[in-house]
Design a protein around this ligand. Sequence first.
Ligand SMILES: Cc1cc2nc3c(=O)[nH]c(=O)nc-3n(C[C@H](O)[C@H](O)[C@H](O)COP(=O)(O)OP(=O)(O)OC[C@H]3O[C@@H](n4cnc5c(N)ncnc54)[C@H](O)[C@@H]3O)c2cc1C
Length: 339
Amino acid sequence: MDFRLAAEQQQFRDSVSRFSQKELSAGALDRAHGPGYPWDVAKKMAKQGLLGITIAEADGGQGGTLLDAVLAIEAVAAACPRSADVIQAGNFGPIRVLAEYGSPHHKQYLKKLLSGEAVISVGMTEPEAGSAVTDLATKATRDGKGWRISGSKIFTTHSAYADLILAYVRFGPGVGGIGSVLIQKDLSGVRLGKKSKFMSGEEWAELHFDDVFVPEEMVLLGEGGFKKQIAGFNVERIGNTARSLALGRYAYEKARAWAMERKQFGRPLCEFQGIQWKFADMKVKLDAGQLLLYRAAANADRGMPSAEETSIAKAFCNQAGFDIASEALQVRGGMGYSQ
Ligand SMILES: Cc1cc2nc3c(=O)[nH]c(=O)nc-3n(C[C@H](O)[C@H](O)[C@H](O)COP(=O)(O)OP(=O)(O)OC[C@H]3O[C@@H](n4cnc5c(N)ncnc54)[C@H](O)[C@@H]3O)c2cc1C
């Protein structure tokens, strides 16, 4: 067992750090609160080879590892947390599903996604199917050489501006009746409903499919596909895990810099033991989370993606990121509660 990164991983992380500090740190706060997608960042990342890190070179990706993608998220988030979402969109979630299960016809969409010109959404959640996602009711009905899709999706990340939606639909009853289709946003019958914002300020819109015709070749996984696809979530959790922890690290570093600069009672805050305890607790969580994350990613790269390891890492790092951000706010005092 060796807890150090290999020389080439270290070099990769250093090069992404240099790129991020130079290109992304300016404007990080504006991006964090912006409603739209940072397309300028996406294009820069495409040029830098940061989209499709884990996608095969034959499909236009970089042929790298999951751990490489995690290192990229960490390095980018250290300069601009919102930009790490772009790495997520270009490496995890629906883009990976498309690359993994797609036919050559489906994979033609990868080109625009990997060049940072377009983004793909995944529509699973519906008004009546949240945690109970297998209750989803969006229906696919046979129509000649294709399917008619009817139903609504909510909370779909990137829905306000994505060109393409990977929609989970029901071909038949039960879990076995669920599969997925690729739906272009400009098709007749696709309608954006009410817009809303996540807490970050990022916009999403209700998606309505009113009898949308989807040709057979746009079915990604037909009946029975849900079970196959859900196994892929062992890997998808890793990206989310990395972002949560990276956000915690960003908050930690900001609070640390502040504690060394801000003076009260004639001394910098960092000299008070009560503040030092906070940083000790934060650092323990950051290190523990990083070990869980690297274990999950490294084992998945060795062909052992584990539901248990990725879930433990995700549960821990999501909570750690939240706790650390909250403590960092406290260290910043009134500043922590101001924009
Ligand atoms: C930032 C963000 C981005 C998202 N992006 C996407 C996306 O791109 N695509 C997509 O399809 N969806 C997306 N979602 C939706 C997300 O997957 C759902 O919010 C999630 O599945 C929960 O569903 P719900 O919000 O309807 O909550 P509910 O299912 O209504 O749950 C409400 C509360 O009840 C609890 N609860 C539910 N069932 C049980 C139970 N059996 N026992 C105990 N407690 C229970 C839940 O834990 C939760 O605390 C996103 C959500 C967020 C917040």
